[in-house]
Design a protein around this ligand. Structure first.
Ligand SMILES: [Zn+2]
Length: 124
């Protein structure tokens, strides 16, 4: 066990480094390890927010979808993309387009209803 005492007066409960009397946080010689651990911790945290951000970043405009399909098509023709991969891209692009269509129709319907003064029951 680490021999250091925390500011609260309690002794540190972290395991001491091999052959040392203190843990990695209290051993004055463990500067490099501490830096590495902080770096890893920071990376893990920013990975999470990066994944969350990707959902928003992943929204493709019609032009982007078209570009993606075109790039994939060229890739297949040049032998850089396997037909199976292209198939996956194609069906994902179809899925993205139908989600977009559905939300566009929903949006247009809502504005039509608003103008007509019709309530669909969800918005009283
Ligand atoms: Zn300690």
């Amino acid at each position: 066990m680490c021999e250091a005492t925390a500011a609260s007066g309690q002794s540190c409960s972290a395991p001491a480094r091999p052959g040392r009397r203190w843990c990695v946080w209290h051993d004055a010689d463990a500067v490099a390890e501490r830096r590495e651990m902080s770096r890893k911790g920071g990376a893990a945290r920013s990975n999470k927010s990066r994944v969350r951000k990707q959902y928003v970043d992943g929204i493709l405009s019609p032009a982007e979808l078209e570009g993606l399909i075109g790039t994939t098509l060229k890739g297949v023709l040049m032998g850089k993309i396997a037909p199976g991969q292209a198939q996956a891209v194609a069906s994902l692009a179809r899925a993205a387009m139908s989600v977009r269509e559905a939300s566009e129709i929903e949006e247009r319907l809502r504005s039509l209803e608003e103008r007509a003064g019709i309530s669909d029951g969800r918005t009283a």
